[in-house]
Design a protein around this ligand. Structure first.
Ligand code: IMP
Length: 194
């Protein structure tokens, strides 16, 4: 089955391809000739996930998978949350975002946080939603070289490494995105055999 994954983020594409079964042929936005930026104008992670999927579905009328992710820090009232990409302003810059978050948490002792991914699948005007959450903590400093975004400062619970110190295979077992995409993978198995 061919599904468009509505992202221009190559890291996300790699992670999702590593999780979904080989029966799913994932097309990128470039594969279908969509080169624009989809503006994230909703004020929830779920809202932006639906917005991305709907934008592509309405234009191309092909099955679409989209996702939106946010980092939520409990003692900051779940910020940066839906504003994770542009926390330190636009254009989005991962180093600036992390620096600002570490600065805003200088005096914070409870560093609990979660990554949340909401994936949306649209086919023939029906919407399906899959959520993945991973709990962890914001470290005091950046570490590691792998991954992207806030990976250098997020340590998942039960691990002594941050996401940026894990391999793609390791992150793909425990991450927020993996949890959401595994739910989608289970759903699509039965959906395809209908
Ligand atoms: P978006 O889902 O692309 O809007 O991502 C929101 C923000 O979270 C961006 O700054 C991303 O770099 C960051 N982000 C998304 N997924 C991850 C992840 O798996 N690890 C670290 N940062 C992420």
């Amino acid at each position: 089955m061919e599904i468009v994954f509505a992202t221009s983020n190559q890291h996300k594409m790699k992670e999702v391809k590593a999780i979904l079964p080989s029966s799913i042929h994932l097309l990128s936005l470039a594969d279908i000739g969509f080169m624009e930026e989809i503006e994230e104008t909703e004020n929830t992670i779920a809202g932006n996930s639906i917005l991305k999927a709907r934008t592509i579905f309405e234009k191309y009328k092909i099955p679409v998978l989209a996702e939106d992710t946010g980092l939520e820090v409990f003692t900051l009232n779940m910020e940066p949350g839906v504003y994770s990409a542009r926390y330190a302003g636009e254009p989005s810059d991962a180093e600036n975002n992390m620096d600002l978050l570490l600065k805003n948490m200088e005096l914070v002792t409870n560093r609990s946080a979660q990554f949340k991914t909401v994936a949306t699948f649209i086919d023939r005007d029906a919407y399906y939603s899959f959520t993945g959450v991973v709990i962890g903590a914001i470290t005091q400093n950046k570490k590691g070289n792998d991954g992207f975004g806030y990976d250098p400062i997020f340590k998942p619970s039960g691990f002594d490494k941050v996401f940026a110190e894990l391999s793609l295979t390791e992150k793909s077992i425990i991450s927020h995105r993996a949890i959401a995409m595994n739910k989608f993978a289970n759903f699509i198995k039965t959906y395809q055999s209908r």
